[in-house]
Design a protein around this ligand. Structure first.
Ligand code: ZN
Length: 134
């Protein structure tokens, strides 16, 4: 992966930028060129707040290469307050505490470390929202 592409992806990962459709008002993540709802190409960048609820979740015991250090971990489908569903790892949580509807917020964490060049990829994860925080 080129460094330029790496940083471009990095920015999207950090800031949770998707798109908003100028025609139907739909908001989607990740970024795309065409609105999946009305097929309009008039879509512009939209910054999601990074808050939502657990929509569904599953515990991963058998991780893909690069993620072994996190096993076991919870992979969740998070429904953002703005509507879209994003897949993310949950962090700072006991696996047994995770439940559907649990309020969560985005945090930036190290996602994986590549082999020899030591390139570390950061990305978003979600953690439970602290009580009294909302
Ligand atoms: Zn649309």
């Amino acid at each position: 992966m080129s460094l330029a592409k790496h940083w471009r992806l990095q920015r999207q990962r950090y800031r949770l930028i998707g798109v908003e459709c100028e025609d139907c008002g739909g908001r989607f993540f990740p970024h795309r060129q065409i609105c999946p709802q009305c097929k309009s190409t008039r879509v512009g960048p939209y910054q999601f707040e990074g808050e939502g609820k657990v929509y569904s979740h599953t515990v991963i015991y058998d991780a893909p290469a690069g993620y072994e250090q996190f096993v076991p971990y919870v992979a969740a489908l998070v429904q953002l307050d703005e509507g879209p569903l994003v897949t993310a790892q949950l962090t700072d949580v006991d696996i047994s505490d995770v439940c559907i509807g649990m309020p969560v917020e985005m945090v930036t964490r190290r996602l994986r470390q590549y082999g020899e060049d030591g390139l570390i990829v950061y990305g978003y994860k979600f953690r439970p929202k602290l009580k009294g925080d909302h």
